[in-house]
Design a protein around this ligand. Structure first.
Ligand code: ADP
Length: 428
């Protein structure tokens, strides 16, 4: 059976390619073998011939200057058909397989040929180690034995060459990996450094904000105290003075509120906000909260309340939630002329505080930005405000695991809702 049919020519070519030997430069190790083979067999020519798809290529050629010939004329291509044996042709000129072969009829005038197949560990015959003479001849048994031994040496060299190439490839990959790791390491170091810098900067900012708020609060308190003292000493102050005092008081109030908002923002930024929820009756909480609004803030209006559902205890941080609800009610008073309504509803798994007014409402395009810091709706810019209250309220509500939202109609009014989860009842 022809060799190609036995193992598969495609696999044999692939095996040969895996050695990466074709078209490499001459090497001493291989040249020494062909020199030795020629010497042992007493022949002028010895070749290490590798049979590629369309050619035979000589890794070493002793006594010959050409480096390759077409595969169809290669005697070696015949030799690899019987991988376990030496192919010996005593006189190629009389062998009908080679009639008209230009390598026989012309240069290099092959007459005698003996080739031992180069078989790799998987049984693929990659080529041959052969000896050639220009006259008929015959190898002795010992010469054949030595030619076979030298053929095995060629395969050992080929395997070595391939292992070295693989090792070199692995080494290069390792080197690249190492470089990549170094680059990544440097990047992580820089990132770490930046994070430390950012943390330091953020701490500096928090300290600065706390310091500035404190420094402003002291003079504001003394201005307020002075206003109180003037009021106390002037039993019946003239109207312009009362008016000025009221203006001063209003401005001091606004500035104090702004300072406390900025202070809270600093705490949120630094992640230093204390959250301390305790079970609490939300109805009582709302009533207490409404009671804190002064007559001046109400401006003759009433905050209406209504409750719905089964009363239950809710875990609330009263300080934080007061801020959020007071902000909603203050806005309802600020952005509307009517009476705001605070509606409390208990549901099985949550509680909702809804604050409704019939004021200026909010343009639809502004609603998505309402709970971000310093945002002010386009229709409210002539009314004093900072755009911080809703942003802070949202942070506080989210700390409770709840959410805040709004439904509003421009020029008709708004309803802001704070929805908080209740603690599930404990099973006995
Ligand atoms: P401030 O009221 O100090 O500007 P807020 O964060 O509390 O800050 O509110 C942000 C913006 O949302 C306000 O500037 C206003 O444009 C709009 N807004 C809030 N509440 C109402 C409301 N009840 N009616 C109409 N607009 C409102």
């Amino acid at each position: 059976m022809p060799y190609s049919a036995q193992i598969g020519e495609v696999d044999r070519i692939r095996a040969l390619a895996s050695y990466n030997i074709l078209d490499t430069l001459p090497e001493e190790e291989y040249d020494a073998i062909t020199q030795l083979a020629a010497l042992i067999c007493q022949m002028p020519i010895s070749l290490i011939s590798l049979i590629d798809e369309h050619r035979q290529w000589f890794k070493s050629a002793h006594g010959l200057t050409v480096r390759q010939t077409p595969r169809e004329y290669a005697l070696c291509a015949h030799a690899i058909q019987t991988p376990d044996e030496i192919m010996e042709v005593h006189d190629a000129r009389t062998d009908e397989r080679f009639i008209g072969n230009p390598l026989i009829t012309g240069d290099p005038n092959v007459v005698f040929y003996a080739g031992t197949p180069l078989v790799d560990a998987n049984g693929y015959a990659l080529g041959t180690l052969c000896v050639i003479d220009h006259k008929p001849s015959q190898l002795t048994a010992q010469q054949k034995q030595l030619l076979k031994a030298l053929g095995r040496q060629v395969v050992v060299q080929l395997e070595l060459h391939r292992s070295q190439a693989l090792l070199q490839g692995a080494n290069e990959q390792l080197l690249m990996l190492n470089q990549e790791l170094q680059v990544r390491g440097q990047f992580e170091q820089r990132l770490q450094h930046r994070l430390v810098q950012e943390k330091e900067l953020s701490e500096q900012k928090t300290r600065f904000v706390a310091m500035v708020s404190h420094e402003f609060r002291t003079p504001l308190t003394s201005i307020q105290l002075s206003v109180d003292l003037v009021r106390l000493h002037l039993t019946d102050p003239p109207q312009p003075i009362t008016k000025h005092l009221a203006v001063i008081e209003e401005q001091v109030g606004k500035f104090t509120d702004l300072l406390s908002d900025v202070l809270i923002l600093g705490q949120i930024d630094a992640g230093k906000l204390l959250f301390n929820p305790l079970p609490c009756d939300a109805g009582v909480f709302v009533e207490e909260l409404i009671g804190t609004f002064t007559a001046a803030q109400l401006g003759g209006r009433t905050i209406l309340t209504s409750v719905e559902g089964m009363i239950q205890l809710v875990p609330l941080d009263k300080k934080l939630l007061s801020y959020a609800l007071i902000n909603l009610v203050s806005n309802a008073l600020k952005y509307s002329a009517g009476d705001p309504v605070v509606h409390l509803s208990y549901e099985p798994d949550g509680i909702t505080f809804a604050v409704t007014d019939t004021g200026i409402g909010i343009p639809a395009a502004d609603i998505p930005h309402l709970f971000t810091s310093f945002f002010r709706a386009t229709n409210a810019l002539t009314i004093a405000g900072t755009g911080l209250g809703l942003f802070i309220a949202r942070q506080f509500v989210e700390l409770h695991g709840g959410h805040i939202d709004v439904t509003s109609q421009h020029n008709q009014g708004s309803t802001f809702r704070i929805v908080l989860p209740t603690v599930p009842a404990q099973a006995d």
